[in-house]
Write a protein that binds this ligand. Structure first.
Ligand code: GUN
Ligand code: ZN
Length: 431
């Protein structure tokens, strides 16, 4: 017996390339009366309603007009154990970690706490329109179990990994080089490629790992080139100075990760703000991906990410919330703050590039553009339905909006979870 197919009707928008300017229509596909046919969690067809509906007489139609149908948002850097750290007052990075974040993460030693927080975490990202994310779990393997178990229950494409950290952290939050290797290895065997799960080898950052641990992380990377690597890079000046003290022989911060073999195209480097020319060369050579975290960089006072400078070197930048240093689960809020950070540097983020970034752009950064990030036939049916009139302020502004770009800019500047009318994960409606 064949599962019932569904047909979503609405204004369809996705991207086939990064728009090169505000008028680049070649990179976008916009269909005023569009439709997406979904069968068994996969997009079977997408295009004009007339064409797609003609092939889908058996399908159940869900009419989302006048809303926009877009690929689900992708968040390339956030911390699952920080759902109760978000909105902690007053500190910059190292004090914020020591005073708020590390104490909170120690609570994830308890598997019941992990499970409860995983339910909340996935509810939150989904209600904000995010259907794929790359998350740091805590040092405890139980946190990774809870994370991937909950992701599997919801059939979500999620990336995650156990944080490796063996120094400069409190009791209850340190592993050892050997245990971090063994635990990561077992988690990779259990979860990487299981359903939609993908594993990220996750040395937290240079400060919380001994050279011996980074050596073990490098062994994991060599043994599992199919996995992601995620860590933090050059977020804050005090962090950079401390890293230089701990690794006096390294030429610079990125040189530490280089030395231990942690850099390839699937390496995601959170923040990457205060970079030296050699580090930028190395990013370009290795294909490692800087991850721009706008709300976090402003909240922790970390600095201004040089998007244009890195892009000019052919580097692919990802964009992310960095919950709980970041202040919103919404990729729309993230774009808004990103826009302002670029404004301060006389750089521009136009709305076509912005919406490409949080969908196909982040998928490209993850090497997943054949599976997620577009509405192309064959992609997984992770879809967000956007309402640009969701609040009184948005509806009033929309009275004066004439173009698609204006509508997108209203969504990016004023939108949040209230603008998410519906979310489909592998073809299943989430509300
Ligand atoms: N650097 C190392 N750990 C963290 C973290 O949890 N959040 C942020 N923003 N930076 C980090
Ligand atoms: Zn982070």
């Amino acid at each position: 017996q064949k599962a019932k197919r569904i047909l979503l009707r609405g204004r369809l928008l996705d991207f086939s390339a990064e728009p090169q300017g505000p008028g680049d229509r070649d990179a976008i596909r916009y269909v005023e009366d569009g439709a997406i046919l979904i069968a068994e969690g996969i997009i079977a067809a997408s295009g004009s309603h007339a064409e797609v509906a003609a092939k889908a007489h058996d399908a159940r139609e869900i009419d989302h007009r006048p809303h926009l149908l877009m690929p689900g948002f992708i968040d390339t850097h956030l911390h699952f154990p920080q759902v109760q750290v978000i909105a902690s007052w007053g500190a910059q990075l190292l004090d914020w970690l020591n005073n708020y974040t590390f104490p909170e993460e120690t609570r994830f030693a308890d598997a019941e706490h992990c499970a409860a927080m995983a339910g909340q975490f996935f509810d939150l990202i989904t209600s904000h329109g995010t259907t794929t994310a790359a998350a740091y779990c805590s040092v405890h393997p139980a946190s990774v179990e809870a994370y991937f178990t909950e992701a599997a229950r919801r059939n979500m494409r999620m990336i995650g990994g156990k944080v490796m950290m063996d120094r400069n952290a409190p009791d209850g939050l340190r592993d050892t080089p050997q245990s971090s290797y063994d635990d990561s290895k077992a988690l990779i065997a259990k979860w990487h490629g299981t359903g939609r799960a993908q594993y990220a080898i996750t040395p937290r950052f240079a400060i919380t790992s001994t050279p011996e641990q980074l050596e073990m992380a490098g062994a994991l990377v060599a043994e599992h080139p199919e996995c992601y690597v995620q860590t933090h890079l050059s977020e804050n000046h005090d962090e950079i100075a401390f890293t230089a003290e701990l690794y006096p022989d390294a030429p610079d911060y990125l040189g530490v990760y280089e030395r231990y073999g942690l850099l390839h195209e699937r390496s995601l480097l959170g923040h990457a703000i205060h970079l030296k020319p050699r580090e930028i060369d190395l990013l370009a050579q290795t294909g490692a991906k800087p991850v721009f975290c706008p709300t976090s960089n402003l909240f922790l006072g970390s600095g201004l990410f040089d998007d244009a400078g890195l892009r000019g070197r052919g580097i692919t930048n990802a964009i992310a919330t960095d919950i709980g240093g970041g202040t919103s689960y919404s990729m729309l809020r993230t774009l808004d703050e990103g826009y302002k950070i670029l404004q301060l540097q006389n750089q521009k983020l136009h709305p076509l590039r912005a919406f490409h970034w949080i969908t196909r752009g982040n998928a490209v950064a993850l090497g997943l553009e054949d599976r997620i990030g577009t509405l192309a036939a064959g992609s997984e049916a992770d879809i967000v339905v956007l309402d640009a009139r969701a609040t009184p302020a948005m509806a009033l502004r929309m009275e004066r909006a004439e173009t698609l770009s204006e509508e997108l800019f209203v969504l990016q500047t004023l939108g949040d979870d209230r603008a998410i009318a519906q979310v489909y994960v592998a073809g299943t409606a989430q509300k």
